[in-house]
Design a binder for this molecule. Structure first.
Ligand code: C2E
Ligand code: CA
Ligand code: CA
Ligand code: CA
Length: 282
């Protein structure tokens, strides 16, 4: 009783099995990489559109696995959340970020004295009671000014009706830490949330920048976001700027900051230092 479909079914099952096995191996590798502190951070400069000064850098997690090669954070961050190690990972990454920024400020006394750090956090971080104590301990050790830290959150974290999340966001704001809304324009933001949580920066999603040269619609959305940010006293960052033409149009639209491969890719601390020296002398 071998039906023709039988073989197909078996092949699919085998494929499904492989996927599960791979994911399981990846999770195991990630777990041990985190406990051995093998993940690193790259930093991408964020440039003021008017003065062209680098005012902040975004920290982006990197993981090179001997078995799987370079794994994207789009893959390992959700995995870390799923297997319950995101708190440990975030704490470790924040630790590196704080000390790297500190070192950069010391090496470049002068212009970069006020170089701010933009750090991505996961919704899981905001659900935790430990998150704020961890952040403030690390900040206290590095004697960093709270206003030089910006935490990047996503819209889903604002609309979620969770007491702990609301409490943590309010606490962070009261400490003087700035909040930035990532991938703005793609989610379900409501103006009242922007106001209520006192959001400081809107990061205009890369998709609008990518299509702005051809699409009037995208340009109008960027214009509307900029107008709203201005009237609510918020800054903006245009993400994923890759072409001179985009940079020019964005300056015309008066966005506050530019971030993207056109000016700088994410890089390690040493490369960033070299890049900043060069940027400041041209
Ligand atoms: P994101 O926060 O939206 O980060 C921006 C992503 O766009 C980064 O990808 C960056 O390398 C990339 N990018 C920057 N400029 C350009 C450009 O001009 N063109 C294009 N095509 N891409 C550009 P990356 O580093 O792969 O990070 C992907 C996502 O992973 C991040 O998206 C963020 O959601 C998450 N992530 C990264 N690091 C962390 C972290 O430390 N913690 C948490 N919770 N999430 C992180
Ligand atoms: Ca981000
Ligand atoms: Ca983003
Ligand atoms: Ca994103």
């Amino acid at each position: 009783s071998k039906s023709r479909g039988g073989g197909t079914t078996i092949r699919y099952d085998k494929q499904g099995h492989e996927d599960i096995r791979k994911r399981y191996r990846l999770a195991e590798e990630l777990r041990s990489a985190v406990s051995r502190q093998e993940l690193t951070l790259h930093f991408q400069p964020i440039i003021r559109a008017d003065s062209r000064k680098v005012t902040k850098v975004e920290a982006l997690a990197r993981w090179f696995s001997p078995e799987f090669g370079e794994v994207s954070p789009e893959e390992f961050i959700p995995l870390a959340e799923e297997i319950g190690i995101i708190a440990e990972l975030s704490e470790y990454l924040f630790h590196i970020a704080a000390s790297d920024i500190q070192e950069l400020r010391e090496l470049n006394h002068g212009n970069e004295n006020r170089l701010a750090l933009s750090f991505n956090i996961s919704p899981v971080n905001l659900h935790s009671q430990n998150f704020i104590p961890v952040i403030s301990n690390i900040l206290a050790k590095t004697a960093a000014d709270m206003s030089q830290l910006e935490l990047e959150i996503t819209e889903s974290m604002l609309i979620e009706d969770n007491e702990m999340v609301k409490q943590n966001l309010t606490l962070l704001k009261n400490m003087g830490i700035r909040l930035s809304l990532d991938d703005f324009g793609t989610g379900y933001s409501s103006l009242s949330y922007l106001h209520r949580f006192n959001i400081d920066t809107l990061k205009i999603d890369r998709s609008f920048i990518a299509s702005m040269q051809e699409s009037t619609h995208s340009r109008e959305i960027i214009r509307a976001i900029q107008a709203m940010a201005l009237s609510l006293g918020m800054e903006t960052v245009a993400e994923g700027v890759e072409y001179e033409e985009q940079d020019r149009m964005l300056r015309e639209l008066e966005v506050t900051h530019i971030q993207g491969f056109l000016h700088a890719r994410p890089m390690d601390r040493t490369a960033l230092q070299v890049w900043m020296k060069h940027w400041n002398t041209v």
